[in-house]
Design a protein around this ligand. Structure first.
Ligand code: SAM
Length: 229
């Protein structure tokens, strides 16, 4: 299956085409990919809440998405962008990056904002700390990471987030319970520890929590906000 976003693929079959590419990469790199199919529309909508809801609609937003994959959340972000907003997508997997570049050049939703969209092939923490963002949407699979990796990434997000800015991220419901039954003990314990690290950040900066049952698998979302001072 071609990794390029293919404008010949009909809009109806596009989700299946994207899911095929995503699944191939999940089989190759499950630890980094962290899912077997891309996020659905309900999850993408909920994750992009703070691109749609703005304190000051006249001030443009600087938006960062970490872990764009085949771009279902990126597309929701692009569709909610307004004049002057900028959008940086970060994705380390070269197959996904090739796909995203094709999407930006051919998908009508992206074409409308293409001059303000940048795709970076990188780990998000390698993006540097010069820029500041108003909204960060993270698709990173924290459940597959160690507690130290989660802390490094969260510290990075809260460095590049502007005071008052929002971070939204998600994970899947019940993964801990499933791992408790089927995964090796050290993998289960690693997930428990990375979950505690996530919880610490949520306790410090959390402003909202949602459950999205209309996704495969069902997901939770946390919204965090960097204090103004
Ligand atoms: C669960 S998938 C989410 C993909 C897409 N956002 C979605 O919702 O369908 C996680 C994505 O994060 C990417 N990723 C993993 N580690 C990363 C890192 N350190 N920085 C940026 N992206 C990363 C993976 O390559 C993968 O595309």
């Amino acid at each position: 299956m071609a990794a390029n976003h293919d404008p010949q693929v009909s809009r109806l079959s596009q989700p299946f085409h994207d899911a095929g590419i995503f699944f191939q990469q999940a089989v190759r790199t499950f630890r980094a990919t962290g899912a077997v199919i891309p996020s659905g529309a309900a999850l993408a909508d909920a994750l992009t809440r703070y691109v749609a809801e703005r304190d000051d609609p006249s001030t443009p937003l600087s938006i960062l998405e970490a872990g764009a994959g085949t771009g279902p959340v990126s597309r929701a972000i692009a569709s909610r962008m307004r004049g002057g907003d900028t959008f940086d997508m970060v994705e380390p997997n070269p197959t996904f990056v090739e796909y995203l570049n094709g999407l930006v050049k051919t998908d009508p939703v992206f074409l409308a904002v293409a001059d303000r969209v940048t795709v970076h092939q990188a780990l998000v923490t390698d993006l540097g700390t010069d820029r500041r963002f108003d909204v960060i949407v993270s698709g990173l699979p924290f459940a597959n990471f160690t507690a130290d990796e989660v802390r490094t990434i969260m510290e990075y997000y809260f460095t590049v987030l502007r005071p008052g800015g929002h971070l939204s991220f998600f994970g899947y419901l019940y993964t801990k319970q499933v791992k408790a039954v089927i995964a090796p003990l050290d993998d289960y314990l690693r997930q428990v520890r990375s979950g505690w690290e996530v919880e610490e950040w949520v306790n410090r900066y959390g402003v909202g929590r949602e459950r999205v049952f209309r996704n495969i698998p069902p997901a939770w979302i946390y919204h965090l906000r960097k204090p103004l001072s």
